[in-house]
Design a protein around this ligand. Structure first.
Ligand code: PBG
Length: 331
């Protein structure tokens, strides 16, 4: 490093006013860096709030279309949809997930019909569909890797066939990217993008999401520690990412975001491929609650997203996408 000495150097020269500050800014958060997750509920009309996620709602298909129109107006081009499945359609195999005319596939069709240009991300995992709330198939009290992959492949084909642009396996089974990629190629879905939740930690920050999709009660006290990553590890995340890239992932994701900025930075620096971060439900709710109580300024949300961008993330899934995008456009 150069030896910077006062008064040759006065750092405050470049902080004299906001125009100068912006001129030398190293990072900027743009509307198209933001992805809005949306909860869409089966057998339901209108919308309802989610107690543990301030200002976030569950929508019916019809009301989700209005919401998406609003999201697009806010400057956000990408949405990630999560189904809230009727309890009657859940079983221990998650069999609803692989029916070609299921709720999520008709939702995807309607959204793409109405908004052909929106980039639509659909999650691959069985937890919205299983009575036990796990992401896969259970055999002998254990989520069975290879039996689960067979189902995830079928689920992925249903989603691709319905018109999802990006398929996002969030289940953390080993080898699922390879199987899904090869099935997509065989079925001529050559341009379907695979966004792998490559470094998904066994985090307590997912709590509000599990309320939102109503899987918390199904899961009970059971943990996802046998498939999601140990929160103590970083090297392991690099190997997870390496494997997913070699198996055919186009984009990799780290989740949660703020508690794992070191992981985002290491992945981006080492692999130099599109790297996304998911600011998860618990991260969102913590900030929102403090802001809504007047304990923190509302700009902490933007600050948290900028820190994720600065760590190296190319795009961010955040429940605040629409709100922050509106603010960015106003500036
Ligand atoms: C399901 C899934 C989860 C999230 C996204 N997809 C929850 C989990 O793994 O239990 C969490 C997102 C959030 O907390 O916002 N496979």
């Amino acid at each position: 490093m150069i030896d910077r000495k006062y008064p040759n150097t006065r750092f405050r020269r470049l902080r004299r006013n906001s125009k100068l500050i912006n001129l030398v800014s190293e990072n900027t958060l743009n509307c198209d860096d933001l992805i809005q997750p949306i909860f869409i509920k089966e057998k339901f009309n209108g919308s309802e709030s989610i107690e543990t996620m301030p200002e976030i709602k569950r929508f019916s298909i019809d009301s989700s279309l209005k919401e998406i129109e609003d999201i697009i107006k806010s400057g956000v081009n990408t949405v990630a949809i999560f189904p809230v499945i009727d309890p009657d359609n859940k079983d221990d195999q998650g069999s609803e997930a692989i029916k070609s005319d299921n709720f999520i596939s008709s939702t995807i069709r309607k959204i793409k019909e109405e908004f052909p240009d929106i980039i639509l991300i659909a999650d691959v995992a069985l937890d919205p569909y299983t009575t036990h709330g796990h992401d896969g198939i259970i055999k002998n009290d254990y989520v069975d890797n290879d039996a689960t992959i067979e189902v995830l492949v079928k689920q992925s084909l249903v989603l691709a066939n319905a018109g999802a642009d990006i398929i996002a396996p969030s289940d953390m089974m080993d080898g699922r990217i390879k199987s899904i990629r090869s099935a997509l190629e065989k079925a001529e879905f050559k341009d379907t993008i695979l966004l792998s939740y490559a470094a998904k930690y066994n985090s307590k920050f997912y709590g509000p999401f599990r309320d939102a999709v109503d899987s918390a009660s199904n899961l009970g006290k059971s943990s996802k520690e046998t498939y999601q990553m140990n929160i103590n590890n970083r090297n392991e995340a690099m190997h997870e990412v390496a494997m997913d890239i070699s198996e055919g992932a186009d984009i990799v994701m780290v989740k949660p975001a703020i508690p794992y900025l070191d992981v985002i930075q290491s992945i981006k620096q080492k692999f130099m491929i599109p790297t996304f971060a998911y600011q998860v439900s618990g991260e969102y709710s913590m900030i929102k609650l403090a802001v809504n109580n007047g304990w923190l300024d509302k700009d902490v949300m933007l600050e948290s997203l900028i820190s994720i961008k600065r760590s190296g993330a190319d795009a961010i899934l955040t429940y605040a996408a629409k709100e922050i995008s509106k603010e960015i456009l106003k500036r």
